[in-house]
Design a protein around this ligand. Sequence first.
Ligand code: GLN
Length: 544
Amino acid sequence: MSKYIFVTGGVVSSVGKGITVASIGTILKSRQIAVSVQKLDPYLNVDPGTMSPYQHGEVFVTQDGAETDLDLGNYERFIDVNLTAESSVTSGQIYSAVITKERQGDFLGGTIQVVPHVTTEIKERFKQLAQKSKAEVVIIEVGGTVGDIEGQPFLEAIRQMRNDVGRDNVLYVHVTLLPYLNSTQEVKTKPTQHSVNELRRIGIQPDIIVCRSDYPISEEIRDKISLFCDVERQAVIPLPTVSTIYEVPLVLEEEGLGQLIVGKLGLNPRQTDLSQWQELVNLIKTPREPVNIALVGEYVELKDVYFSVREALHHAALYHGRDIELTWVPEEALEADGGDSVLRSAQGIIVTGGLGVKRIEGMIKAATYARENNIPYLGLCLGMHAMVIEFARHVLGSAEPNSTEFDASTRYPVIDLLPEQKDKENKGGTMRLGNYPCQLVDGSHAASAYGQSLVHERHRHRYEFNNQFRAQLEKAGMVYSGLSPDGRLVELCELANHPWMMSCQFHPEFGSRPGRPHPLFRDFIGIAKNVLREGAQPPLPLSP
Ligand code: GLN
């Protein structure tokens, strides 16, 4: 039977609860303990797929096509697992399942209540994941902070679990913030005491408290938290802010968290091996020469929207012993001019995906700039649409080619919905989501990057390359380097007369891992690092 670790948050959100959960997974996995992870999101949306990036940041897509919270991306990257839809639970899913059962008459005339009906449905999700993943330990993160109205049913459900599966099989970890007061120059524990009180009020006594702080945490502070919150001294784990998120598992291990969890859950003690992780962190902390990459997108002021893209770029740069200097380029900045002012020093240009975005013209300008100046280009989903539209405009000598997403009546709909999607449009469900196979074409840059002939990649889009234009663009130098196995869908395209101009209909960023960069990102940076741009040339020696 699986054991459960429930992780709650106190005081404020965004203190790094997700990274802590991912790191607990890393330190358990480093002991050869099989783990799985689940995120409970208290909002009423069934999934974040319909939420605006302004509300939610990145939507992470699992291999089986679930649209989930970006924390799942961190779980996948840290623990190196591919999670499934069962790892993402929202209040919306829970209520909708309970109400569907009620309508079907499953509850036999009973009054449907939060306790027990909603809490039972929540606990079912825990058990389903445990069964399906066969993990020895399932780590479950409760989204939001203790005290939120929406989070109550989740907290009640995790409280009940202690009785359901036995207290030796359940562990409660509370991640909290210790604020620093400048006037008195001290770290304060009172908010933590309050949030632990709030947890206790609903019947949960934390076993471990992880204390986030921007400042060092003294022994006295640890003693105080131990005393007031009734947690053993060694179970008060300080987690000061570190320079890279990948250092967090090392800090937690150093503080004895792994040992503590193994002891408390009665797991067999096993040898820990975090050496690869240590090497990774050493490498990240070593100063490396940067590669200047311009990231073009509609929401660049919200860096979290591109969380996985940014991580994938860093993984690729690390592979080449380089760093990434990212220039965030808002799409509209390119719409105004040809792009030279913002792209002049870029050694590579990445054009990101976007669902429900309003504009693409700036992205098309970025593609023109990359093609004309031989700058390496990586187009991700919408970035592929931009590259195809740009090339068609160039080849046809017309400004008209477009995607029907942006111009429904264009004479040259080079990107369009498939005929069968058009029929379905009114009924919704037109999105291609999750893993699809892609057959690579020999001799292409894509095939040489992957080094294999069939790959599976994660999708999240509606529009596709329009096959009516395939032959015409191919004649002008577009190479369709990845196709669906039936040959119908263009999944990857590149330009023949360009050092490396590549686009994919899928989202490779979700599959990148620290220490194992995605092949397309790896080769993109591999080519970009050797591109000389303004400001990148070594200075000339001054003549005497
Ligand atoms: N908006 C485009 C589509 O729906 C691209 C989506 C994306 O970039 N993920 O096809």
